[in-house]
Design a protein around this ligand. Structure first.
Ligand code: KG4
Ligand code: ZN
Length: 340
């Protein structure tokens, strides 16, 4: 029997209906990009209110596409961590309510583990054990993954996440929100060596990352100290493209180098990569080159499953196999601490 999965960790409201063998029967994502664009970033309270408006229509749409009725479901799964507190609450409360109304068991999903599980969903061979890299708007984390549910956190960012840095650079260059897709598009016509930006912690023995120094370096190449309002700054298109290309090259170099080092240290055959920044074409191609050079298999989440969605909530099926259900007193874990 199928399950219903819900996702509302940040600024996408999503629901999916997935059969016991992992087939996606129905899927619906409502994005909030236009709501947050004017602020240049996700505003938590705005996001939470938008989730409240969207969660029921989104669930309804996913069920309608699937042709499955609520009472035909096997379980209700929901991402309960990590994310924005108000956003998480909406999904968790909806899931608990439906679990009670339809008398269905509840399954709690870790959003970051789900981002990695999206990679397993794309291929027909087992990717675990492997090294997993999550690169999203909120997280940059490396894991040694023994199975979909048994992950050892190796390290992550100590300040900005990779996607957050893309968004902030996009915002300083007035490219709109979210910045990642716009920065990577403009980078295609730029020179990646035009600006010599720092590769923080590149040679640090740990698996920690830092992107805030890079962001600050970009800031000073856009405007001199003292300028706070970037909306008035007019740079030549080529300079903007060169900044984007050089910034992107710095982020990608660090992500690739540390991921490859982890694959070698843990002697895994696979590297899996999920999260919104995994949609970045340069990251994808440089990881592929590294995989060929170092003889490991690279599995990147399909484009549609890189950014937030409920399909990757299929990881709940693994929990159901283990009999790991949540109680009705399930609470959210916002988890701004990094070790997720
Ligand atoms: O995984 P996701 O949808 O949300 C979180 O869980 O955070 O990731 C969103 C992030 C944003 O920061 C966005 O700018 C970034 O993914 N992103 C990209 C690209 N597409 C989305 N970053 C770089 N290059 C891209 N092509
Ligand atoms: Zn995410």
């Amino acid at each position: 029997m199928p399950i219903l999965t819900l996702e509302s960790t940040c600024d996408e409201t999503a629901a999916a209906v997935i059969s016991a063998d992992g087939t996606v029967l129905g899927d619906c994502v409502a994005t909030q990009e236009t709501l947050h664009e004017q602020f240049g970033g996700v505003v938590p309270e705005v996001a939470a209110r938008a989730h409240v408006e969207r969660i029921l229509p989104v669930i309804d749409t996913a069920l309608r596409i699937s042709g499955v009725r609520g009472d035909e479901l096997d379980a209700i799964a929901v991402a309960d961590r990590p994310g924005l507190a108000g956003s998480l609450l909406v999904g968790v409360v909806a899931a608990k309510t439906l679990a009670v109304a339809w008398k269905k068991p509840l399954v709690a999903v870790n959003h970051l583990h789900a981002h990695l599980y999206a990679c397993q969903m794309a291929v027909d061979f087992p990717v675990y054990p492997c090294i997993g890299l999550v690169v999203s708007g909120g997280h940059t984390s490396l894991y040694h993954c023994l199975s979909p549910l048994d992950l050892e956190y190796l390290g992550g960012t100590i300040d900005d996440a990779a996607g957050e840095a893309f968004d902030k650079v996009g915002s300083m260059l007035n490219l709109g929100f979210p910045g990642g897709p716009a920065v990577s598009k403009l980078a295609q016509s730029g020179n990646p060596t035009a600006f010599d930006y720092p590769r923080s912690m590149l040679n640090d023995a740990s698996y920690r990352f830092s992107f805030s120094g890079l962001k600050t370096a970009v800031r000073y190449s856009i405007a001199p100290p003292g300028i706070k309002d970037f909306s008035e700054i007019q740079l030549p298109e080529q300079t903007k493209a060169d900044i984007c290309a050089s910034f992107q090259a710095a982020v990608v170099e660090v992500l690739v180098k540390k991921s490859v080092r982890a694959v070698k240290q843990y002697q895994t055959k696979h590297l899996i990569v999920g999260g919104g920044v995994a949609a970045n074409p340069m990251l994808r191609s440089q990881l592929q080159t590294a995989a060929e050079k170092n003889a490991f298999t690279l599995v990147i989440a399909p484009m549609k499953l890189c950014t937030d969605n409920a399909v990757m909530g299929a990881i709940a099926l693994e929990k159901i196999k283990r009999g790991e259900f949540a109680d009705l007193d399930l609470d959210i874990t916002a988890g701004l601490q990094r070790g997720f």
